[in-house]
Design a binder for this molecule. Sequence first.
Ligand SMILES: C[S@@+](CC[C@H](N)C(=O)[O-])C[C@H]1O[C@@H](n2cnc3c(N)ncnc32)[C@H](O)[C@@H]1O
Length: 445
Amino acid sequence: MKNIRKKALFIIDNVFYKGAFLKEELEILKKSDISKRDYNLVVNITKGVVQNRTLLDYIIKEHSKVKFKKIHKIILTILEMGIYQIFFLDRVPEYSIINESVKLANIFGNRGSAGYVNGLLRNLYRKKDELLESKFGLMDLYEEDKSLFLSIYYSHPKYYVDMFLKDKGTEFTEDLLKANNMEPPFTIRVNTLLISREDLRQILDEKGYKSQDTTMSKFGIVIENPEGIFESEEFKKGYFYVQDEASILVSEFLNPEENSKVLDLCSAPGGKTSSLSMIMGSSGEIVACDISKSKISLIKENIARLGIKNIIPTINDAEIYNDDFKDRFDYLLLDAPCSGLGLYRKKPEIKWNRSYEDIQALSKIQKKMLKNASKYLKPGGEMIYSTCTLTKEENEDVVYNFLRENNEFSLEKINGEEILKLYPSKDSTDGFSIAKLKRRTNGIK
Ligand SMILES: C[S@@+](CC[C@H](N)C(=O)[O-])C[C@H]1O[C@@H](n2cnc3c(N)ncnc32)[C@H](O)[C@@H]1O
């Protein structure tokens, strides 16, 4: 038996039960001796299972003869993988899905496991069309309890669904949940210090890459077929940085002038900091901070490749007030650590490893960071507070609480919004929240 599904099984087990990150697990696998085709199948299965966990478990609960809580976790994962392949992957034949699942159950389970897995998967396969038609028997729930239906059918935490249903209504919420389960576009930011967007697109085109300009950012390029892009000469030469359009926009909205002094308080691995440098034509000075030496190394690596000269990587804890920074900067970016609920498309495990308590704890940290950050701006200076999450606790609560206590600052609207929200559904970007604050020149109003 080929080891492909065993590899997928171990990866999912590591992600669900050992706190591993899917992207990192897949990066390790990619470096091993594995064909492109097999690698893609592992990516498909692991991502699909992590993304659709609630629905897969619901199907098991409804059809298993063994009580859900009694199913051993390794057998549960084998079932989740099998069911995902039956209902979501068209190109894998039935016999192969069932045979491979039974083989895994034989290796990792006890004597009854193989028969149990075989029976359950065969039964589900027989009822495939009927189950798809009836949305796995969940249709009635749509009217009875919309939030529960959406949370099971699109596999999202209930608190996330409730948050959007309350504020945005059913259609918006359903579109967002669907988009969160889809593949994100592959977006890069051109490094205009070295090449224009037009010229880079021309080179990419000559090499067979299909691309288009991003719709909102003037620096982004979406590549349809990015296979091999990291091995390209253009990547090595620093012509671009892989970055979501929302993230590129954050630096465009701050838009620092040439020769200004900028502080980036949470800058690793350096995406937004290098965009800021590019906007400033690599002039002036950016103090790019992060919490640890290893994080600072990531920034150094990226700015070396991109040929950037005006960034000073600095270890600094944004939670602790630093008097050396007081009133020193024209511009400031606080791209705060957050729950990352805007990143479900890229890091689906975030769905399962963030609790509401985590969000509340992060909100406290962010409030502390924003309070410190505000003291580092010169009068008349501008700052952006951004997160790759969409919760009120980590955005509206943080920003409005700050403004209530600091009337020396005002909120500058972005695209007509006090706190701009970007969504995978509406904007095809990661979920982001962006607020711009200005320190008044003439002190307290
Ligand atoms: C959202 S990420 C920043 C992404 C970065 N701005 C970019 O565009 O590439 C948040 C960063 O905050 C850093 N961080 C977490 N706690 C911190 C602290 N107390 N002080 C400074 N940085 C911190 C994390 O290490 C992480 O790199």
